[in-house]
Design a protein around this ligand. Structure first.
Ligand code: ATP
Ligand code: MG
Length: 584
Protein backbone atom coordinates (compact mmCIF):
# COMPACT_ATOMS: atom_id res chain seq x y z
CA UNK A 1 0.00 0.00 0.00
CA UNK A 2 1.23 3.50 -0.85
CA UNK A 3 2.40 5.35 2.26
CA UNK A 4 1.99 8.86 0.92
CA UNK A 5 -1.59 10.14 0.71
CA UNK A 6 -0.89 11.83 -2.63
CA UNK A 7 0.41 8.65 -4.22
CA UNK A 8 -2.38 6.59 -2.64
CA UNK A 9 -5.10 8.84 -4.12
CA UNK A 10 -3.23 9.14 -7.44
CA UNK A 11 -3.19 5.34 -7.70
CA UNK A 12 -7.02 5.30 -7.82
CA UNK A 13 -7.16 8.36 -10.07
CA UNK A 14 -5.05 6.40 -12.56
CA UNK A 15 -7.34 3.36 -12.36
CA UNK A 16 -10.42 5.50 -13.07
CA UNK A 17 -8.70 7.98 -15.39
CA UNK A 18 -11.27 7.73 -18.21
CA UNK A 19 -14.25 8.23 -15.94
CA UNK A 20 -12.49 11.12 -14.24
CA UNK A 21 -11.50 12.73 -17.54
CA UNK A 22 -15.08 12.48 -18.77
CA UNK A 23 -16.29 14.03 -15.54
CA UNK A 24 -13.75 16.84 -15.86
CA UNK A 25 -14.93 17.53 -19.41
CA UNK A 26 -18.58 17.54 -18.26
CA UNK A 27 -17.81 19.97 -15.43
CA UNK A 28 -15.89 22.37 -17.66
CA UNK A 29 -18.50 22.36 -20.44
CA UNK A 30 -21.32 22.85 -17.96
CA UNK A 31 -19.73 25.75 -16.13
CA UNK A 32 -18.66 27.51 -19.32
CA UNK A 33 -22.20 27.06 -20.70
CA UNK A 34 -23.69 28.40 -17.48
CA UNK A 35 -21.51 31.48 -17.74
CA UNK A 36 -22.31 32.14 -21.41
CA UNK A 37 -26.03 31.57 -21.03
CA UNK A 38 -26.81 34.92 -19.28
CA UNK A 39 -25.23 36.74 -22.22
CA UNK A 40 -28.16 35.72 -24.41
CA UNK A 41 -30.60 36.61 -21.67
CA UNK A 42 -28.98 40.03 -21.55
CA UNK A 43 -29.33 40.22 -25.34
CA UNK A 44 -33.06 39.46 -25.05
CA UNK A 45 -33.53 42.17 -22.35
CA UNK A 46 -31.56 44.63 -24.44
CA UNK A 47 -33.60 43.89 -27.57
CA UNK A 48 -36.84 44.19 -25.62
CA UNK A 49 -35.76 47.55 -24.18
CA UNK A 50 -34.12 49.09 -27.22
CA UNK A 51 -35.62 47.55 -30.33
CA UNK A 52 -39.31 47.13 -29.49
CA UNK A 53 -41.45 47.75 -32.56
CA UNK A 54 -38.57 47.45 -35.06
CA UNK A 55 -38.90 45.12 -38.10
CA UNK A 56 -36.98 42.12 -36.93
CA UNK A 57 -37.73 42.64 -33.23
CA UNK A 58 -39.46 39.27 -32.74
CA UNK A 59 -36.96 37.43 -34.91
CA UNK A 60 -34.10 38.67 -32.78
CA UNK A 61 -35.83 37.86 -29.48
CA UNK A 62 -36.73 34.35 -30.63
CA UNK A 63 -33.22 33.80 -32.06
CA UNK A 64 -31.57 34.69 -28.73
CA UNK A 65 -34.12 32.71 -26.74
CA UNK A 66 -33.46 29.70 -29.02
CA UNK A 67 -29.70 29.87 -28.48
CA UNK A 68 -30.27 30.26 -24.76
CA UNK A 69 -32.57 27.23 -24.71
CA UNK A 70 -30.02 25.10 -26.60
CA UNK A 71 -27.20 26.11 -24.24
CA UNK A 72 -29.30 25.55 -21.10
CA UNK A 73 -30.59 22.22 -22.31
CA UNK A 74 -27.14 20.94 -23.30
CA UNK A 75 -25.63 22.12 -19.99
CA UNK A 76 -28.38 20.35 -18.04
CA UNK A 77 -28.07 17.15 -20.07
CA UNK A 78 -24.31 17.11 -19.62
CA UNK A 79 -24.69 17.76 -15.92
CA UNK A 80 -27.17 14.87 -15.54
CA UNK A 81 -24.92 12.57 -17.61
CA UNK A 82 -22.08 13.31 -15.22
CA UNK A 83 -24.33 12.15 -12.36
CA UNK A 84 -24.47 8.71 -13.98
CA UNK A 85 -20.68 8.60 -14.24
CA UNK A 86 -20.45 9.55 -10.54
CA UNK A 87 -23.05 6.90 -9.64
CA UNK A 88 -20.96 4.29 -11.42
CA UNK A 89 -17.51 5.14 -10.26
CA UNK A 90 -17.91 6.36 -6.64
CA UNK A 91 -19.24 3.07 -5.18
CA UNK A 92 -16.71 1.18 -7.34
CA UNK A 93 -13.76 3.20 -6.11
CA UNK A 94 -14.93 2.73 -2.51
CA UNK A 95 -15.22 -1.05 -2.78
CA UNK A 96 -11.87 -1.32 -4.55
CA UNK A 97 -10.16 0.72 -1.83
CA UNK A 98 -11.72 -1.49 0.88
CA UNK A 99 -10.71 -4.67 -0.98
CA UNK A 100 -7.12 -3.46 -1.48
CA UNK A 101 -6.75 -2.33 2.14
CA UNK A 102 -8.29 -5.57 3.42
CA UNK A 103 -5.78 -7.53 1.33
CA UNK A 104 -2.86 -5.48 2.63
CA UNK A 105 -3.99 -5.64 6.26
CA UNK A 106 -4.21 -9.42 5.95
CA UNK A 107 -0.59 -9.51 4.82
CA UNK A 108 0.44 -7.92 8.10
CA UNK A 109 2.30 -9.90 10.72
CA UNK A 110 0.78 -10.80 14.07
CA UNK A 111 2.77 -8.01 15.76
CA UNK A 112 0.79 -5.43 13.75
CA UNK A 113 -2.43 -6.65 15.32
CA UNK A 114 -0.97 -6.87 18.82
CA UNK A 115 0.38 -3.31 18.61
CA UNK A 116 -2.84 -1.81 17.21
CA UNK A 117 -6.34 -2.14 18.65
CA UNK A 118 -8.43 -4.13 16.20
CA UNK A 119 -11.28 -1.61 16.57
CA UNK A 120 -8.90 1.12 15.50
CA UNK A 121 -7.76 -0.86 12.44
CA UNK A 122 -11.29 -1.47 11.17
CA UNK A 123 -12.23 2.15 11.89
CA UNK A 124 -9.24 3.31 9.83
CA UNK A 125 -10.17 1.01 6.91
CA UNK A 126 -13.63 2.63 6.73
CA UNK A 127 -12.14 6.09 7.18
CA UNK A 128 -9.70 5.54 4.33
CA UNK A 129 -12.35 4.26 1.89
CA UNK A 130 -14.86 7.01 2.69
CA UNK A 131 -12.40 9.85 2.72
CA UNK A 132 -10.66 8.81 -0.50
CA UNK A 133 -13.96 8.89 -2.41
CA UNK A 134 -15.16 12.01 -0.58
CA UNK A 135 -11.87 13.70 -1.38
CA UNK A 136 -12.22 12.94 -5.09
CA UNK A 137 -15.83 14.13 -5.02
CA UNK A 138 -14.78 17.33 -3.31
CA UNK A 139 -12.04 17.85 -5.92
CA UNK A 140 -14.80 17.91 -8.54
CA UNK A 141 -16.73 20.47 -6.56
CA UNK A 142 -13.58 22.59 -6.50
CA UNK A 143 -13.23 22.08 -10.25
CA UNK A 144 -16.84 23.29 -10.67
CA UNK A 145 -16.09 26.41 -8.74
CA UNK A 146 -12.68 27.16 -10.19
CA UNK A 147 -14.02 26.78 -13.74
CA UNK A 148 -16.94 29.03 -12.89
CA UNK A 149 -14.75 31.70 -11.31
CA UNK A 150 -12.27 31.58 -14.19
CA UNK A 151 -15.08 31.78 -16.76
CA UNK A 152 -16.55 34.73 -14.85
CA UNK A 153 -13.18 36.50 -14.78
CA UNK A 154 -12.76 35.80 -18.52
CA UNK A 155 -16.18 37.29 -19.28
CA UNK A 156 -15.54 40.34 -17.14
CA UNK A 157 -12.13 40.87 -18.69
CA UNK A 158 -13.72 40.61 -22.13
CA UNK A 159 -16.04 43.46 -21.17
CA UNK A 160 -13.43 45.57 -19.39
CA UNK A 161 -10.32 44.90 -17.36
CA UNK A 162 -11.70 47.32 -14.70
CA UNK A 163 -14.13 44.57 -13.77
CA UNK A 164 -11.23 42.09 -13.53
CA UNK A 165 -9.50 44.40 -11.12
CA UNK A 166 -12.69 44.70 -9.08
CA UNK A 167 -13.14 40.93 -8.93
CA UNK A 168 -9.52 40.24 -8.02
CA UNK A 169 -9.66 42.73 -5.13
CA UNK A 170 -12.98 41.22 -4.06
CA UNK A 171 -11.59 37.66 -4.15
CA UNK A 172 -8.57 38.76 -2.07
CA UNK A 173 -10.88 40.28 0.58
CA UNK A 174 -13.13 37.20 0.64
CA UNK A 175 -10.15 34.84 0.93
CA UNK A 176 -8.76 36.86 3.85
CA UNK A 177 -12.11 36.89 5.67
CA UNK A 178 -12.67 33.19 4.92
CA UNK A 179 -9.27 32.23 6.30
CA UNK A 180 -9.98 34.08 9.52
CA UNK A 181 -13.51 32.66 9.85
CA UNK A 182 -12.27 29.19 8.84
CA UNK A 183 -9.74 29.26 11.66
CA UNK A 184 -12.45 30.13 14.21
CA UNK A 185 -14.68 27.41 12.79
CA UNK A 186 -11.89 24.83 12.80
CA UNK A 187 -11.15 25.51 16.47
CA UNK A 188 -14.82 25.03 17.36
CA UNK A 189 -15.14 21.85 15.29
CA UNK A 190 -11.97 20.44 16.82
CA UNK A 191 -13.37 21.08 20.30
CA UNK A 192 -16.72 19.42 19.56
CA UNK A 193 -14.96 16.57 17.69
CA UNK A 194 -12.85 15.92 20.78
CA UNK A 195 -15.91 15.94 23.01
CA UNK A 196 -17.78 13.64 20.62
CA UNK A 197 -14.89 11.12 20.61
CA UNK A 198 -14.72 11.29 24.41
CA UNK A 199 -18.46 10.58 24.75
CA UNK A 200 -18.16 7.79 22.22
CA UNK A 201 -15.23 6.27 24.09
CA UNK A 202 -17.30 6.22 27.30
CA UNK A 203 -20.13 4.39 25.48
CA UNK A 204 -17.80 1.87 23.81
CA UNK A 205 -15.90 1.24 27.04
CA UNK A 206 -19.16 0.69 28.95
CA UNK A 207 -20.78 -1.54 26.35
CA UNK A 208 -17.72 -3.74 25.94
CA UNK A 209 -17.58 -4.18 29.72
CA UNK A 210 -21.30 -4.74 30.14
CA UNK A 211 -20.86 -7.84 32.30
CA UNK A 212 -18.67 -5.90 34.78
CA UNK A 213 -21.30 -3.16 34.97
CA UNK A 214 -23.95 -5.76 35.72
CA UNK A 215 -21.89 -7.69 38.24
CA UNK A 216 -20.89 -4.53 40.17
CA UNK A 217 -24.42 -3.10 39.73
CA UNK A 218 -22.80 0.16 38.65
CA UNK A 219 -25.17 1.26 35.91
CA UNK A 220 -25.91 4.55 37.71
CA UNK A 221 -22.22 5.33 38.03
CA UNK A 222 -21.70 4.67 34.30
CA UNK A 223 -24.70 6.80 33.44
CA UNK A 224 -23.36 9.73 35.48
CA UNK A 225 -20.01 9.31 33.74
CA UNK A 226 -21.68 9.42 30.34
CA UNK A 227 -23.86 12.39 31.29
CA UNK A 228 -20.73 14.34 32.23
CA UNK A 229 -19.26 13.75 28.79
CA UNK A 230 -22.57 14.47 27.08
CA UNK A 231 -22.88 17.78 28.93
CA UNK A 232 -19.46 18.84 27.65
CA UNK A 233 -20.38 17.68 24.15
CA UNK A 234 -23.63 19.66 24.24
CA UNK A 235 -21.83 22.82 25.36
CA UNK A 236 -19.19 22.46 22.64
CA UNK A 237 -21.78 21.81 19.94
CA UNK A 238 -23.99 24.73 21.01
CA UNK A 239 -20.95 27.01 20.90
CA UNK A 240 -20.05 25.67 17.45
CA UNK A 241 -23.58 26.18 16.11
CA UNK A 242 -23.74 29.73 17.50
CA UNK A 243 -20.39 30.64 15.97
CA UNK A 244 -21.46 29.07 12.68
CA UNK A 245 -24.55 31.30 12.78
CA UNK A 246 -22.39 34.41 13.24
CA UNK A 247 -20.07 33.30 10.47
CA UNK A 248 -23.02 32.88 8.13
CA UNK A 249 -24.31 36.36 8.98
CA UNK A 250 -20.85 37.81 8.34
CA UNK A 251 -20.70 36.04 4.98
CA UNK A 252 -24.13 37.23 3.94
CA UNK A 253 -23.17 40.77 4.82
CA UNK A 254 -19.97 40.61 2.79
CA UNK A 255 -21.90 39.06 -0.13
CA UNK A 256 -24.60 41.72 -0.08
CA UNK A 257 -22.05 44.52 0.27
CA UNK A 258 -19.99 43.16 -2.60
CA UNK A 259 -23.10 42.85 -4.79
CA UNK A 260 -24.15 46.41 -4.04
CA UNK A 261 -20.60 47.61 -4.69
CA UNK A 262 -20.55 45.72 -8.00
CA UNK A 263 -23.88 47.17 -9.10
CA UNK A 264 -22.68 50.71 -8.34
CA UNK A 265 -19.42 50.02 -10.06
CA UNK A 266 -21.17 48.73 -13.19
CA UNK A 267 -23.51 51.78 -13.19
CA UNK A 268 -20.41 53.95 -13.07
CA UNK A 269 -18.92 51.97 -15.97
CA UNK A 270 -22.18 52.38 -17.90
CA UNK A 271 -22.13 56.09 -17.24
CA UNK A 272 -18.58 56.58 -18.48
CA UNK A 273 -19.41 54.50 -21.57
CA UNK A 274 -17.10 51.58 -20.83
CA UNK A 275 -20.10 49.21 -20.78
CA UNK A 276 -23.17 48.98 -23.03
CA UNK A 277 -26.65 47.90 -21.85
CA UNK A 278 -26.24 44.22 -22.82
CA UNK A 279 -22.88 44.05 -21.09
CA UNK A 280 -24.33 45.83 -18.06
CA UNK A 281 -27.08 43.22 -17.65
CA UNK A 282 -24.68 40.39 -18.46
CA UNK A 283 -21.88 41.27 -16.00
CA UNK A 284 -24.38 41.86 -13.20
CA UNK A 285 -26.07 38.49 -13.78
CA UNK A 286 -22.74 36.67 -14.02
CA UNK A 287 -21.43 38.32 -10.85
CA UNK A 288 -24.69 37.63 -9.00
CA UNK A 289 -24.49 33.94 -10.00
CA UNK A 290 -20.87 33.55 -8.96
CA UNK A 291 -20.56 35.76 -5.90
CA UNK A 292 -21.54 32.94 -3.50
CA UNK A 293 -18.74 30.73 -4.88
CA UNK A 294 -15.85 32.46 -3.18
CA UNK A 295 -17.16 31.60 0.29
CA UNK A 296 -18.13 28.12 -0.75
CA UNK A 297 -14.61 27.57 -1.99
CA UNK A 298 -13.22 28.35 1.43
CA UNK A 299 -15.60 25.82 3.07
CA UNK A 300 -14.70 23.21 0.52
CA UNK A 301 -11.05 23.91 1.18
CA UNK A 302 -11.67 23.27 4.89
CA UNK A 303 -13.49 20.02 4.15
CA UNK A 304 -10.88 18.87 1.68
CA UNK A 305 -8.06 19.44 4.13
CA UNK A 306 -10.04 17.52 6.76
CA UNK A 307 -10.58 14.58 4.35
CA UNK A 308 -6.96 14.66 3.27
CA UNK A 309 -5.93 14.68 6.94
CA UNK A 310 -8.10 11.61 7.54
CA UNK A 311 -6.48 9.77 4.60
CA UNK A 312 -3.03 10.65 5.99
CA UNK A 313 -3.94 9.47 9.49
CA UNK A 314 -5.48 6.21 8.21
CA UNK A 315 -2.39 5.52 6.08
CA UNK A 316 -0.14 6.19 9.09
CA UNK A 317 -1.83 3.25 10.80
CA UNK A 318 -2.45 0.94 7.85
CA UNK A 319 0.35 1.53 5.36
CA UNK A 320 3.17 -0.02 7.34
CA UNK A 321 5.45 -2.63 5.83
CA UNK A 322 4.64 -6.15 7.07
CA UNK A 323 7.33 -7.32 9.46
CA UNK A 324 7.44 -10.79 7.95
CA UNK A 325 7.40 -11.26 4.19
CA UNK A 326 7.90 -14.36 2.06
CA UNK A 327 11.22 -14.67 0.25
CA UNK A 328 10.91 -14.24 -3.51
CA UNK A 329 11.93 -17.84 -4.11
CA UNK A 330 10.05 -19.24 -1.09
CA UNK A 331 8.99 -22.87 -1.55
CA UNK A 332 5.56 -24.33 -0.99
CA UNK A 333 5.65 -26.84 1.85
CA UNK A 334 3.96 -30.12 0.98
CA UNK A 335 4.16 -32.98 3.43
CA UNK A 336 2.01 -35.40 5.39
CA UNK A 337 4.63 -36.01 8.11
CA UNK A 338 6.60 -33.22 9.69
CA UNK A 339 9.61 -33.18 11.97
CA UNK A 340 10.62 -29.93 13.61
CA UNK A 341 14.15 -28.87 14.42
CA UNK A 342 14.87 -25.83 16.53
CA UNK A 343 18.56 -25.01 16.28
CA UNK A 344 20.41 -22.38 18.35
CA UNK A 345 17.37 -20.14 18.39
CA UNK A 346 17.69 -16.71 19.98
CA UNK A 347 14.62 -14.53 20.15
CA UNK A 348 13.31 -11.54 22.05
CA UNK A 349 10.22 -9.36 21.64
CA UNK A 350 10.78 -5.78 20.51
CA UNK A 351 12.21 -3.57 23.26
CA UNK A 352 12.51 -6.51 25.65
CA UNK A 353 15.33 -8.72 26.84
CA UNK A 354 16.01 -11.92 24.92
CA UNK A 355 13.47 -14.56 25.87
CA UNK A 356 15.21 -17.54 24.27
CA UNK A 357 18.98 -17.87 24.01
CA UNK A 358 20.48 -20.67 21.94
CA UNK A 359 17.46 -22.92 22.27
CA UNK A 360 17.76 -26.41 20.78
CA UNK A 361 14.89 -28.90 20.39
CA UNK A 362 14.36 -31.78 17.99
CA UNK A 363 10.84 -33.10 17.50
CA UNK A 364 10.37 -36.24 15.44
CA UNK A 365 7.48 -36.63 13.00
CA UNK A 366 4.50 -38.04 14.88
CA UNK A 367 6.00 -37.24 18.29
CA UNK A 368 3.78 -35.74 20.97
CA UNK A 369 5.57 -33.12 23.01
CA UNK A 370 4.12 -31.43 26.07
CA UNK A 371 5.28 -27.97 27.16
CA UNK A 372 5.10 -27.13 30.84
CA UNK A 373 6.31 -24.20 32.88
CA UNK A 374 5.37 -21.26 35.06
CA UNK A 375 3.31 -18.46 33.58
CA UNK A 376 5.50 -16.22 31.40
CA UNK A 377 8.21 -18.85 30.91
CA UNK A 378 7.84 -18.69 27.10
CA UNK A 379 5.63 -21.66 26.13
CA UNK A 380 3.21 -19.71 23.95
CA UNK A 381 6.08 -17.71 22.43
CA UNK A 382 7.86 -20.98 21.59
CA UNK A 383 4.92 -22.32 19.57
CA UNK A 384 4.32 -18.95 17.93
CA UNK A 385 7.86 -19.04 16.56
CA UNK A 386 7.13 -22.38 14.89
CA UNK A 387 4.17 -20.78 13.09
CA UNK A 388 6.53 -17.88 12.20
CA UNK A 389 4.31 -15.29 13.82
CA UNK A 390 7.58 -13.62 14.74
CA UNK A 391 11.00 -13.95 13.11
CA UNK A 392 13.82 -15.24 15.26
CA UNK A 393 16.96 -13.16 15.85
CA UNK A 394 19.41 -15.97 15.10
CA UNK A 395 19.51 -19.73 14.62
CA UNK A 396 16.96 -21.62 12.59
CA UNK A 397 13.66 -23.44 12.81
CA UNK A 398 13.34 -26.24 10.28
CA UNK A 399 10.49 -28.43 9.15
CA UNK A 400 11.69 -31.60 7.43
CA UNK A 401 15.09 -29.94 7.05
CA UNK A 402 13.82 -26.75 5.37
CA UNK A 403 14.11 -23.44 7.21
CA UNK A 404 10.62 -22.01 7.72
CA UNK A 405 11.91 -18.69 6.32
CA UNK A 406 12.38 -20.45 2.97
CA UNK A 407 8.75 -21.62 2.92
CA UNK A 408 5.73 -19.51 1.99
CA UNK A 409 3.83 -18.44 5.10
CA UNK A 410 0.57 -19.62 3.58
CA UNK A 411 1.80 -23.19 3.03
CA UNK A 412 3.43 -23.22 6.48
CA UNK A 413 0.16 -22.22 8.14
CA UNK A 414 -1.73 -24.82 6.09
CA UNK A 415 0.48 -27.45 7.73
CA UNK A 416 -0.17 -26.33 11.29
CA UNK A 417 -3.49 -26.63 13.10
CA UNK A 418 -3.62 -24.44 16.19
CA UNK A 419 -6.06 -24.67 19.05
CA UNK A 420 -5.47 -21.55 21.12
CA UNK A 421 -5.95 -21.19 24.86
CA UNK A 422 -8.89 -18.85 24.44
CA UNK A 423 -10.75 -19.93 21.32
CA UNK A 424 -12.40 -17.13 19.38
CA UNK A 425 -15.15 -17.96 16.93
CA UNK A 426 -16.61 -15.94 14.08
CA UNK A 427 -20.08 -14.54 14.57
CA UNK A 428 -21.38 -17.09 12.07
CA UNK A 429 -23.14 -20.44 12.39
CA UNK A 430 -21.58 -23.44 14.11
CA UNK A 431 -21.44 -25.14 10.72
CA UNK A 432 -19.48 -22.28 9.17
CA UNK A 433 -17.17 -22.08 12.18
CA UNK A 434 -16.24 -25.75 11.99
CA UNK A 435 -15.99 -25.69 8.21
CA UNK A 436 -13.39 -22.94 8.60
CA UNK A 437 -10.83 -25.74 9.02
CA UNK A 438 -11.46 -26.75 5.42
CA UNK A 439 -13.75 -24.46 3.49
CA UNK A 440 -14.33 -27.15 0.85
CA UNK A 441 -15.67 -29.71 3.35
CA UNK A 442 -19.23 -30.94 2.84
CA UNK A 443 -21.92 -30.66 5.55
CA UNK A 444 -21.50 -34.38 6.13
CA UNK A 445 -17.73 -34.04 6.68
CA UNK A 446 -18.36 -31.20 9.13
CA UNK A 447 -20.76 -33.40 11.10
CA UNK A 448 -18.29 -36.29 11.18
CA UNK A 449 -15.57 -33.96 12.50
CA UNK A 450 -17.98 -32.55 15.09
CA UNK A 451 -18.80 -36.07 16.23
CA UNK A 452 -15.10 -36.96 16.59
CA UNK A 453 -14.63 -33.78 18.63
CA UNK A 454 -17.65 -34.61 20.84
CA UNK A 455 -19.14 -31.30 19.78
CA UNK A 456 -22.11 -32.99 18.13
CA UNK A 457 -23.62 -33.70 21.56
CA UNK A 458 -24.08 -30.07 22.55
CA UNK A 459 -24.72 -28.78 19.01
CA UNK A 460 -27.77 -31.03 18.72
CA UNK A 461 -29.19 -29.45 21.88
CA UNK A 462 -29.55 -26.09 20.12
CA UNK A 463 -32.90 -25.59 18.41
CA UNK A 464 -31.20 -24.64 15.13
CA UNK A 465 -28.45 -27.27 15.52
CA UNK A 466 -25.53 -26.59 13.19
CA UNK A 467 -27.29 -23.48 11.88
CA UNK A 468 -27.05 -21.76 15.31
CA UNK A 469 -25.23 -18.45 15.22
CA UNK A 470 -22.59 -18.32 17.94
CA UNK A 471 -22.65 -14.57 18.64
CA UNK A 472 -19.73 -12.20 19.02
CA UNK A 473 -16.52 -14.28 19.37
CA UNK A 474 -18.67 -17.34 20.20
CA UNK A 475 -20.24 -15.82 23.30
CA UNK A 476 -23.14 -18.30 23.48
CA UNK A 477 -20.77 -21.24 24.02
CA UNK A 478 -18.90 -22.22 27.18
CA UNK A 479 -15.09 -22.31 27.17
CA UNK A 480 -15.06 -26.11 26.92
CA UNK A 481 -17.60 -26.07 24.06
CA UNK A 482 -15.58 -23.50 22.17
CA UNK A 483 -12.51 -25.72 22.53
CA UNK A 484 -14.40 -28.68 21.09
CA UNK A 485 -15.45 -26.55 18.09
CA UNK A 486 -11.79 -25.63 17.67
CA UNK A 487 -10.86 -29.31 17.85
CA UNK A 488 -13.47 -30.20 15.21
CA UNK A 489 -12.08 -27.42 13.05
CA UNK A 490 -8.56 -28.82 13.49
CA UNK A 491 -9.80 -32.34 12.63
CA UNK A 492 -11.14 -30.98 9.33
CA UNK A 493 -7.91 -29.13 8.66
CA UNK A 494 -6.00 -32.40 9.04
CA UNK A 495 -2.62 -30.69 9.23
CA UNK A 496 0.52 -32.72 10.05
CA UNK A 497 1.49 -30.40 12.93
CA UNK A 498 -0.87 -29.75 15.80
CA UNK A 499 -0.35 -26.97 18.32
CA UNK A 500 -2.60 -27.06 21.33
CA UNK A 501 -2.57 -24.38 24.02
CA UNK A 502 -4.64 -25.95 26.75
CA UNK A 503 -7.07 -23.74 28.63
CA UNK A 504 -5.95 -23.28 32.22
CA UNK A 505 -9.47 -23.26 33.60
CA UNK A 506 -10.70 -26.42 35.24
CA UNK A 507 -13.38 -28.36 33.41
CA UNK A 508 -15.99 -30.67 34.88
CA UNK A 509 -15.02 -34.30 34.58
CA UNK A 510 -17.47 -35.01 31.74
CA UNK A 511 -16.18 -32.16 29.56
CA UNK A 512 -12.65 -33.15 30.49
CA UNK A 513 -13.27 -36.72 29.26
CA UNK A 514 -14.88 -35.43 26.07
CA UNK A 515 -12.00 -33.10 25.32
CA UNK A 516 -9.44 -35.82 26.06
CA UNK A 517 -11.26 -38.27 23.78
CA UNK A 518 -11.54 -35.73 20.99
CA UNK A 519 -7.89 -34.76 21.37
CA UNK A 520 -6.88 -38.40 21.12
CA UNK A 521 -8.80 -38.61 17.84
CA UNK A 522 -7.14 -35.46 16.62
CA UNK A 523 -3.57 -36.30 17.64
CA UNK A 524 -3.38 -39.64 15.81
CA UNK A 525 -0.29 -39.63 13.57
CA UNK A 526 0.38 -35.92 14.05
CA UNK A 527 3.42 -34.07 15.35
CA UNK A 528 1.97 -32.50 18.48
CA UNK A 529 3.09 -29.56 20.58
CA UNK A 530 0.77 -29.22 23.54
CA UNK A 531 1.06 -26.57 26.21
CA UNK A 532 -0.46 -28.76 28.84
CA UNK A 533 -1.86 -28.09 32.28
CA UNK A 534 -3.90 -31.21 32.85
CA UNK A 535 -2.50 -34.50 33.99
CA UNK A 536 -4.68 -36.34 31.49
CA UNK A 537 -3.04 -34.44 28.61
CA UNK A 538 0.46 -34.75 30.03
CA UNK A 539 0.11 -38.53 30.27
CA UNK A 540 -0.62 -38.69 26.51
CA UNK A 541 2.69 -37.02 25.69
CA UNK A 542 5.78 -38.94 24.57
CA UNK A 543 8.03 -36.24 25.98
CA UNK A 544 7.61 -33.21 28.18
CA UNK A 545 9.76 -30.06 27.98
CA UNK A 546 9.85 -27.97 31.12
CA UNK A 547 10.34 -24.24 30.50
CA UNK A 548 11.76 -21.80 32.97
CA UNK A 549 12.48 -18.18 31.99
CA UNK A 550 12.91 -19.10 28.32
CA UNK A 551 15.15 -22.11 28.98
CA UNK A 552 14.31 -25.78 28.75
CA UNK A 553 15.39 -26.99 32.16
CA UNK A 554 14.03 -30.56 32.14
CA UNK A 555 13.06 -33.16 29.52
CA UNK A 556 11.47 -36.59 29.74
CA UNK A 557 8.12 -38.28 30.12
CA UNK A 558 5.77 -37.73 33.04
CA UNK A 559 7.10 -40.55 35.24
CA UNK A 560 10.77 -39.81 34.55
CA UNK A 561 10.29 -36.16 35.38
CA UNK A 562 8.44 -36.95 38.59
CA UNK A 563 11.34 -39.15 39.66
CA UNK A 564 13.81 -36.31 38.97
CA UNK A 565 12.02 -34.35 41.66
CA UNK A 566 12.89 -31.04 39.96
CA UNK A 567 10.78 -28.14 38.66
CA UNK A 568 8.27 -30.44 36.98
CA UNK A 569 7.67 -32.39 40.18
CA UNK A 570 7.26 -29.06 42.01
CA UNK A 571 4.79 -27.73 39.41
CA UNK A 572 2.94 -31.00 39.39
CA UNK A 573 2.64 -30.98 43.17
CA UNK A 574 1.36 -27.39 43.08
CA UNK A 575 -1.32 -28.45 40.62
CA UNK A 576 -2.26 -31.57 42.53
CA UNK A 577 -2.69 -29.47 45.63
CA UNK A 578 -4.57 -26.94 43.57
CA UNK A 579 -7.32 -27.34 41.02
CA UNK A 580 -6.03 -30.59 39.57
CA UNK A 581 -6.57 -32.33 42.84
CA UNK A 582 -10.02 -33.55 41.89
CA UNK A 583 -8.80 -35.14 38.64
CA UNK A 584 -6.40 -37.80 39.90
N1 ATP B 1 3.55 -9.74 21.99
C1 ATP B 1 4.41 -9.63 23.00
N2 ATP B 1 5.19 -8.54 23.09
C2 ATP B 1 6.09 -8.40 24.09
N3 ATP B 1 6.28 -9.33 25.04
C3 ATP B 1 5.54 -10.44 25.01
C4 ATP B 1 4.55 -10.66 23.99
N4 ATP B 1 3.97 -11.86 24.21
C5 ATP B 1 4.55 -12.36 25.31
N5 ATP B 1 5.49 -11.52 25.80
C6 ATP B 1 6.34 -11.73 26.97
O1 ATP B 1 7.11 -12.92 26.76
C7 ATP B 1 7.20 -13.66 27.93
C8 ATP B 1 6.72 -15.10 27.67
O2 ATP B 1 5.36 -15.05 27.40
P1 ATP B 1 4.52 -16.32 26.94
O3 ATP B 1 3.17 -15.86 26.56
O4 ATP B 1 5.31 -17.06 25.95
O5 ATP B 1 4.45 -17.14 28.31
P2 ATP B 1 3.68 -18.48 28.64
O6 ATP B 1 4.71 -19.42 29.13
O7 ATP B 1 2.87 -18.91 27.49
O8 ATP B 1 2.75 -18.03 29.84
P3 ATP B 1 1.25 -18.54 30.23
O9 ATP B 1 1.40 -19.88 30.86
O10 ATP B 1 0.80 -17.51 31.22
O11 ATP B 1 0.43 -18.55 29.00
C9 ATP B 1 6.37 -12.94 28.99
O12 ATP B 1 7.26 -12.23 29.83
C10 ATP B 1 5.50 -12.00 28.20
O13 ATP B 1 5.27 -10.81 28.91
MG1 MG C 1 0.72 -18.98 27.14
Amino acid sequence: MEKSANRFIWHYVKIFKWALLMLTACVIVRQVANTIEPYFLAKIYNTVIEKQGSDNYWNEVIFYAGIMAIITLSATLISEASMFIVARFVPKIKTIVIKDVFEDVNKQSISFFTNEMTGNISHKVGLLANNTTDFLNACFEVLHMVTRVLATIAVLTWVSWYYTLFVIIWIAIVVLISCKLGEIRRNCSRESGKMSSAANAVIVDSISNYSEIKSFANFKFEKINLLKSLRQLRRAETREKKIMGWIRIAQQLVSILSLVAFVFFSIFMLKIGKTDTTQFIYVNTVFLNSSYLAFQMSWIYNNISKMYGNVVSALDTLAVDPEIVDKKDAKVLKTKKANIRIKDVTFGYQNRNKLFKCLNVDIKAGEKVGLVGLSGSGKSSFVKLISRYYDIDSGSIMINGTDIRDITQESLHKHIATIPQDVCLFNRTLLENIRYGNVDASDRQVEVAAKKAFADIFIKKFKDGYKTKVGDRGIILSGGERQRIAIARAILKNAPILIFDEATSALDSQSETHIQQSLKNLMKGKTVLAIAHRLSTLREMDRILVFDKGKIVEKGNHDELLQKNGLYAKLYKMQVDGFMGNQI
